[in-house]
Write a protein that binds this ligand. Structure first.
Ligand code: HEC
Ligand code: HEC
Ligand code: HEC
Ligand code: HEC
Length: 434
């Protein structure tokens, strides 16, 4: 079914749009060149040198070390140059052999060891025959916002297998809709050449109209579902290792060696262990006792730009970029920015008692909790709910709002904080022993 639709689509497209080739170049080589241009480390499954590309010395531009080894980082998604470098558009239709020579010149030192001759020829073929006029394609895309039915069908059959019908299934990348809206030229390059190191089909041989319409269709796909993302971020905050299945064997180097849980590696990686169930770090419940680390809380980050928080999570303090996927980091960032509640409004920080009304909470408990946890709160959880609600009320509230990592407990954060406080008040009256 998938193959048939794709074949039909190819058959429908009459004009090829490899720019300006007299004799048809080898399209496989051109699209592979396009993927190498995007990210040769992913395409070749190799590591780039453990140093900044010496040619990349624009101090003002923040680029990660591996990114300075990507052609696109200097020559741009529109091939017109970026970060102070000139484009490759002047070399469209140039002799590929001359381009191969450029890739060995002093401006491209270091690439010698990364590329072999086949790679260089593919890159040269891309530069010579594979550069599309991105401004023209974007314009075409903007003008074809209607009649996207055919693109919808192609997306549902060819793309949805990997990306999901909403384009948000892959957790390594932002939802396709977001990327298509925020970085349309980059999305276009990927559509035409495929994704480095991936098995995604390249649409280069389809006509321009088909490709432009696919971008227009992708721009209609939804963004991240914010409430769902926040609640998932809350569960990751609780225990991202359990939630993602990536259990860490050695202690987190950022966790203070003198603090209580240093010899329990899994605990040292939990956000809540350093930043507290009340999100206040050393200014809240973690100010003393076994959970003391002296690390600040996250309250100041409420309302901050989630992308900035993603950056903090990838920084050398946390190193979470190595163990979590982009979407997990985004969920955590959304939780930190939009999902923190002021626990002091729900719980008296001095006594740990809920500010709510246990009588009111009874009815809520009986409708929302009893089916799983039982009338006395003795089922499902290892400790009784009465025990958790009394000993760790902040933990209980966090769980009621966000659910439990890798488990079926619903996230009830859409409830009024007053209702949550009432439920907590009731659970604090439940027996602590089974
Ligand atoms: C660190 C930046 C950087 C990276 C990465 C880089 N180049 Fe270049 N490239 C340059 C510089 C510098 C020049 C010389 C022109 C200029 O001053 O911008 C150049 C010139 C070129 C030219 C000739 C442009 C012209 O019109 O004369 C081509 C083609 C080219 N690069 C292709 C590539 C390809 C393909 C890659 C990836 C394998 C790549 N470059 C990676 C910096 C870079
Ligand atoms: C065989 C699986 C597969 C199919 C089929 C597929 N893709 Fe992809 N696609 C991927 C993977 C994997 C990535 C990159 C994930 C990563 O970076 O790790 C990707 C990345 C992309 C990107 C770049 C997004 C970004 O943030 O970098 C776009 C755009 C895209 N795909 C569009 C499409 C479209 C449109 C189709 C259908 C014509 C399609 N893909 C079909 C697997 C697929
Ligand atoms: C081993 C302890 C530790 C763990 C675990 C930890 N962090 Fe941190 N975090 C820190 C330290 C240390 C800082 C820097 C505090 C400072 O600047 O004084 C920090 C800072 C932050 C900040 C910036 C706060 C601000 O106001 O500047 C955010 C946001 C953050 N962490 C989120 C998280 C999230 C989300 C997790 C879980 C995925 C997490 N952290 C896990 C130790 C930790
Ligand atoms: C659909 C079933 C379900 C419902 C409904 C449900 N829970 Fe849970 N709850 C769970 C599961 C499963 C766990 C995880 C138990 C474990 O693995 O320790 C859990 C865990 C908890 C925990 C944390 C226990 C711990 O040790 O970490 C608290 C507190 C809690 N639930 C309170 C509530 C309250 C209060 C309600 C009603 C507002 C409720 N739950 C509704 C299934 C449910």
């Amino acid at each position: 079914m998938k193959r048939n639709t794709f074949a039909a689509l190819v058959a429908l497209s009459v004009t090829f749009f490899a720019s300006g080739a007299q004799s048809a170049p080898d399209m496989h080589s051109v699209v592979r060149g396009g993927r190498l241009y995007d990210n040769l480390s992913l395409e070749l499954k190799i590591r780039t040198p453990n140093q900044f590309n010496p040619v990349f010395k624009t101090q003002q531009v923040r680029a990660s070390m591996p990114d300075t080894w990507r052609c696109v980082q200097c020559h741009g998604w529109d091939y017109k140059g970026v970060n102070g470098f000139s484009g490759i558009n002047g070399k469209a239709k140039a002799d590929p052999a001359a381009i191969v020579a450029i890739l060995k010149d002093a401006n491209h030192k270091g690439f010698d060891d990364l590329l072999d001759e086949v790679d260089r020829v593919d890159l040269a073929n891309f530069v010579a025959y594979g550069q599309n006029d991105m401004a023209k394609l974007l314009d075409l895309s903007t003008r074809s916002k209607k009649d996207l039915g055919a693109s919808e069908k192609v997306f549902a059959t060819v793309c949805a297998n990997c990306h999901g019908l909403s384009g948000d299934k892959l957790r390594d990348i932002p939802p396709l809709g977001d990327n298509a809206r925020q970085h349309p030229v980059q999305s276009m390059h990927t559509l035409i050449n495929g994704h480095p190191g991936g098995e995604m089909p390249a649409l280069r041989t389809l006509n321009e109209d088909t490709v432009a319409k696919m971008l227009a269709y992708m721009q209609t796909l939804p963004t991240v579902n914010l409430p769902g993302s926040i609640a998932n971020g809350g569960r990751l905050f609780d225990d991202w290792q359990v939630q993602t299945g990536r259990i860490q064997a050695i202690s987190n180097p950022t966790y203070p060696k003198t603090s209580y849980y240093f010899n329990v590696p899994s605990e040292t990686w939990r956000c809540k262990e350093c930043h507290g169930w009340d999100y206040k770090g050393d200014k809240g419940q973690n100010a003393k006792g076994n959970h003391f680390t002296g690390i600040k809380g996250l309250r100041e980050m409420a309302g901050a730009d989630p992308q900035k928080i993603v950056g903090i999570l990838r920084s050398s303090v946390h190193l979470f970029g190595n163990v979590m996927k982009y979407r997990d980091l985004l969920d955590l960032a959304n939780f930190v920015s939009y999902g923190q509640v002021d626990m002091d409004k729900i719980i008296d920080p001095r006594t740990g008692l809920a500010r709510g009304d246990a009588v009111q909470g009874t009815a809520h408990y009986r409708t929302m909790c009893i089916a799983c946890h039982g009338a006395d709160g003795h089922f499902v959880a290892k400790r009784t709910l009465g025990r958790i609600a009394k000993d760790e009320p902040w933990h209980a509230v966090h769980t009621i709002m966000n659910g439990h990592p890798d488990d079926y407990m619903p996230a009830l954060r859409e409830l009024d904080p007053k209702v949550i406080s009432d439920i907590l008040a009731y659970t604090q009256t439940l027996p602590t022993k089974r």
